[in-house]
Design a protein around this ligand. Structure first.
Ligand code: 5AD
Length: 349
């Protein structure tokens, strides 16, 4: 049986079969896009889940070569939102109907583990009907556990690339793929709904690397997968590298949807930044999550992972309305439920 048949039958593929799917994108993409959308509809219906994204600190101890908030970038205005500001943004989001808050930030030593646990607790106490997602990088298992005990439900930690040598090409010596994968395992063991993911078109990435990413995702079986194109940022070592390919990004969304029919898959801001209709195309290719920005204007302006990042200057309410409208145009519905992974829906009191 060939790779396409296996993918559609829910069977595991070899690395070589993933390579085949990638190398034959030109003739497979139209059919697999359609199948991916059908698979999404069959599992989650027309709903697109929204998460309120709060980028609460751009301090980071890491120095990833691709990232605009890397430690060595001295041109970034560093900021750290305090608890009152974050809770205020949650209040705005709650008022708009959002029931998931994503707290994303760099690996900021200035935000102690304890402080973040208290913040998660405060959000969950005020909004027990909401899910809290954390996305703050690599930490010891005990720390992940303490945040889970404080009420955090989900954790996003992109693996970035599943190839050891490619990981080395994207990160300085002190970071390793092994540590990253251990963190992902720990998060899963603790009981989080876990998201991994990668950039498409990051420097040094070829078909073999992408096949490795798909092979890893197939075995790890995450609840969520974040995939967006690499976009250069002018103050990083990768400033002169070309952007990732939007069509290829869409294809990878479709492959992941087909591989993991119940995965929660965002149409990312990076994709919407690269392609004028990127978000909508993402939903038509298998995505079913959107993460509008709830951060205050000042924070958004300085959370510059890459150049030309969309959404500065747009109020949360305004962007939610725009999203609602664009979803209606493609016959999808903005859902204001928590939007948990199907196998993990648990009642909340
Ligand atoms: N282009 C696209 N995505 C990026 N990220 C970081 N820098 C860039 C960039 N230059 C992504 C990484 C990270 C996520 C928060 O943002 O994959 O995990």
């Amino acid at each position: 049986m060939d790779g396409v048949k296996k993918l559609l039958a829910g069977e595991a593929l070899s690395r070589e079969e993933f390579v085949y799917l990638l190398e034959n994108r030109a003739h497979l993409q139209p059919m697999l896009t359609k199948k991916a959308e059908e698979t999404c509809l069959a599992n989650y219906g027309r709903d697109v889940y929204v998460r309120g994204l709060i980028e609460f600190t751009n301090y980071c101890r890491n120095d990833c070569y691709y990232c605009g908030i890397r430690r060595s970038n001295c041109y970034v205005n560093r900021f750290r939102l305090d608890e009152d500001t974050i809770l205020e943004r949650c209040a705005v989001g709650y008022g708009l109907g959002l029931r998931t808050f994503v707290l994303q930030g760099g690996e900021d030593g200035g935000y102690s583990f304890h402080r973040l646990a208290n913040l998660v607790n405060a959000i969950k106490t005020r909004y027990p009907d909401c899910a809290v997602t954390l996305s703050v990088g690599e930490h010891p298992k005990e720390v992940y556990q303490s945040w889970f005990d404080a009420g955090a439900d989900r954790y996003l930690l992109r693996h970035e690339t599943a190839s050891t040598s490619h990981y080395r090409h994207l990160h300085p010596e002190r970071q390793s793929l092994q540590t990253r994968l251990e963190c992902l395992e720990n998060l899963k063991e603790i009981g989080y709904q876990v998201g991994c993911g990668f950039m498409v078109g990051s420097p040094g990435q070829g078909v073999a690397e992408l096949a490795e990413d798909l092979f890893f995702i197939q075995s790890f079986r995450p609840h969520m997968v974040g995939i967006g194109p690499f976009l250069p940022q002018k103050d990083t070592p990768f400033r002169n590298e070309p952007s990732g390919d939007g069509e290829l990004t869409l294809y990878l969304l479709s492959l992941v949807r087909l591989m993991l029919p119940r995965v929660l898959l965002p149409a990312t801001t990076a994709l919407a930044t690269l392609l004028p209709k990127g978000r909508e195309q993402g939903f038509l290719a298998g995505a079913n999550v959107c993460m509008p920005n709830l951060s205050p204007e000042e924070a958004r302006k300085n959370y510059t992972l890459y150049d030309n990042k969309l959404s500065t200057g747009t109020e949360a309410a305004e962007s939610l309305q725009a999203l609602d409208k664009s979803l209606q145009a493609i016959d999808r519905t903005l859902s204001l439920s928590r939007g948990d992974h199907i196998e993990r829906t648990k009642p909340y009191v």
